[in-house]
Design a protein. Structure first.
Length: 396
């Protein structure tokens, strides 16, 4: 047998972390890495946050899981907290981002079908989007690399160029249920939608009675200096998918909706065995305690601006390597003029700096939101050293 016990769907690298220490990861062989990847925008409190660890330990010793057949004081408390903090009136808890997007898709379809509009099932989605790896969420993306081998796709998605408002408008038809969009594309290369695009989608949704569904799985939960990224645009969605940072490392997600948008989601329409379990709720509450306040959000904004300004100065020293910096808060992307993946590997293997590769030759800089001056200095030391001794590989 040659297949590995871990199904070989990931080309895993040689870094094999066994321990976390605040903003660092420690490998099997003791090597320390500066973690500016945060498990892909997940570990927003770093790896040894006492509040989060304590909450999980206490809850694990008290009650981990029951079932959604029972009343949920823990779920009610966290849902109330999210409702108080956001546009939403109601929340469904999931175990992952893709499940949160699934619930969002179902909620958008059910909104129309509950009113007898059986044909209005189609969501307009955008090029280079990433919404997860389930059948519905790969079908929602135009990226063929995720479709290959898994045909046929689920129907009901129509792709339009990202940030093209006229294209989105032209795609609206009698079957359209709404729009599904990341306000800032993550996997697509840290590409923020323009203000006009987001405001325009909101206006089109209002005009045509469509659901504006936001996928904030990566850009949400304080990452950009707002609790949710759509707040930068001065608009509110009807439905929003959240996950990643929401548990700070504990796997869970949420689908948030207004009362109106959730009109099709009555008893028995949706469910999850684990969703909203007390352990996840305890983790979520600890994350909210830490990040859902103006002081914390202001710090994220300030650190983000500081890093961005320095990154912009830095890339000026290497005009052959870097094109531009984009993103918001601590969701930053460094778009390269050369292939970004080998540089990302070089930073990782030769300078012990972890970032995340993304589409459009972009390096994702996603530090824990709790970084301090020392980590910022270390980041620039490693990045500068990495750029200085980088040899652009010969094209294959
Ligand atoms: C990561 C991600 C998802 C999928 O989340 P999983 O927890 O991996 O299922 C969906 N949408 C966006 C924007 C993401 O970044």
């Amino acid at each position: 047998m040659s297949i590995t016990p871990l199904m070989p769907v990931y080309p895993r690298c040689g870094v094999r972390p066994v321990r976390g220490d605040h903003c660092h990861l420690i490998d099997e062989d003791g090597t320390r890495y500066l973690d500016f990847a945060s498990g892909i925008a997940v570990n927003l409190l770093g790896h040894s946050h006492e509040g989060l660890i304590g909450a999980i330990q206490r809850q694990a010793a008290t009650l981990m899981h029951v079932s959604n057949l029972y009343g949920s004081p823990q779920g009610e408390a966290l849902a109330q907290r999210l409702v108080d903090k956001t546009f939403a009136d109601t929340v469904f808890f999931t175990n992952s981002g893709a499940e949160a997007v699934e619930c969002a898709i179902k909620t958008a379809r059910a909104y129309h079908q509950a009113a007898g509009n059986e044909n209005r099932h189609e969501l307009i989605t955008f090029t280079s989007a990433f919404h997860g790896r389930t059948m519905a969420t790969i079908s929602a993306s135009n990226q063929e690399k995720m479709h290959k081998g898994f045909m046929p796709l689920l129907g009901g998605f129509r792709y339009v160029e990202f940030d093209d408002l006229e294209g989105a408008k032209a795609a609206i038809g009698p079957d359209t249920a709404g729009f599904l969009v990341e306000p800032i594309q993550g996997e697509g290369g840290i590409r923020p939608a323009s203000d006009a695009f987001m405001k325009g989608l909101r206006a089109l949704a209002d005009e045509h009675d469509l659901m504006l569904v936001l996928d904030e799985v990566q850009c949400g939960v304080a990452r950009t200096g707002k609790f949710y990224a759509h707040e930068h645009y001065g608009i509110e969605p009807d439905i929003l998918a959240s996950a990643k940072g929401l548990g700070g490392g504990f796997p869970f997600g949420a689908c948030l909706a207004t009362e109106k948008a959730a009109r099709g989601m009555g008893f028995g329409t949706h469910g999850s065995t684990y969703g909203g379990n007390p352990l996840a709720m305890a983790a979520g509450m600890a994350v909210m305690d830490a990040v859902a306040n103006d002081e914390f959000l202001a710090e994220v904004t300030e650190k983000g601006e500081r890093i961005r300004t320095r990154l912009e100065q830095f890339i000026g020293n290497y005009p052959d390597l870097f094109e531009l910096v984009r993103g918001k808060g601590l969701m930053l992307g460094l778009k390269m003029k050369v292939e970004s993946r080998p540089f990302f590997v070089h930073l990782r293997d030769n300078h012990q700096l972890l970032t995340v590769a993304a589409g459009d030759n972009t390096l994702r800089v996603l530090p824990p939101l709790v970084i301090g001056d020392a980590e910022i200095e270390e980041f620039f030391d490693k990045l500068s050293a990495g750029a200085a001794d980088y040899v652009i590989p010969e094209a294959a």
